[in-house]
Design a protein around this ligand. Structure first.
Ligand code: C5J
Length: 232
């Protein structure tokens, strides 16, 4: 755990300070644990990244996902991707850089970052149950051009446990969007990962700096400990 002090029952040992959540008003938000980011041959690798860097987040997310399912917490998964005709993909995104394959090009897991293709789907270890919410998003943030706000309002959600990939891109963008909309975000440090370990570290530090300018950061053990006490 990040804090060495003994945890208070039901309180997440988080940084910059412990936080007690109203669990029925809390959802688990898992960002973009898709084959396109996690596996060779997908979008992440076409950009020149070492996708093995992201594997470390799978187990901690799996543990929190199991606890969320056991306790009946609302679980929301997101997927970044685009419509087959690319009508929701800005040319500025598609044409950027010099990837080995561009968004929409055929790859070993189907067309790169296109909805409905194998690469766009969530990895088997964290696959959503039919009862869970899946939000398809065209951007990095999970609120932009999606129904996420409506879902959170429908379920009376005020707090988000956030994890997924990558720490400094889609996790950070979503946490910033959520923070501006009034949600308390607790980011699960070992449930996030980046292709660049230093960006992961800085991405977390940016969130919890200045008294928690965007939210709180806690590891999965601290979250699980608080969930165990608070939801039994
Ligand atoms: C990126 C994401 N890195 N899910 N997407 O392009 O972070």
């Amino acid at each position: 755990m990040l804090n060495s002090a003994k945890p208070t029952p039901g309180v997440i040992s988080a940084e910059p300070e412990p936080i007690k959540l109203d669990w029925p008003a809390t959802a688990l938000l898992i960002i973009d644990m898709q084959r396109d980011f996690m596996e060779p041959g997908g979008f992440g690798e076409t950009l020149g990244n070492d996708v093995s860097q992201l594997a470390r987040a799978v187990k901690p997310i799996g543990a929190v996902l199991k606890a969320a399912r056991d306790t009946g917490m609302l679980v929301i998964h997101t997927r970044e991707g685009h419509l087959p005709d690319l009508s929701d993909a800005p040319p500025a995104k598609v044409e950027r850089g010099a990837p080995s394959l561009r968004i929409g090009d055929p790859g070993p897991m189907g067309r790169i970052l296109i909805r409905g293709e194998a690469g766009h789907d969530i990895i088997p270890e964290l696959y959503p149950l039919d009862s869970e919410v899946v939000i398809d998003k065209p951007g990095k943030g999970a609120f932009y051009a999606t129904e996420l706000t409506d879902v959170l309002e429908k379920y009376g959600i005020e707090n988000l446990l956030v994890c997924g990939v990558t720490t400094e891109v889609c996790v950070n963008t979503t946490v910033r969007e959520a923070n501006d909309r009034g949600y308390r975000c607790v980011v699960i440090s070992d449930g996030c990962a980046s292709y660049f370990p230093e960006f992961h570290e800085m991405g977390l530090r940016m969130i919890k700096a200045q008294g928690g300018i965007f939210g709180w950061v806690a590891d999965s053990a601290a979250v699980l400990e608080a969930m165990k006490v608070s939801t039994t």
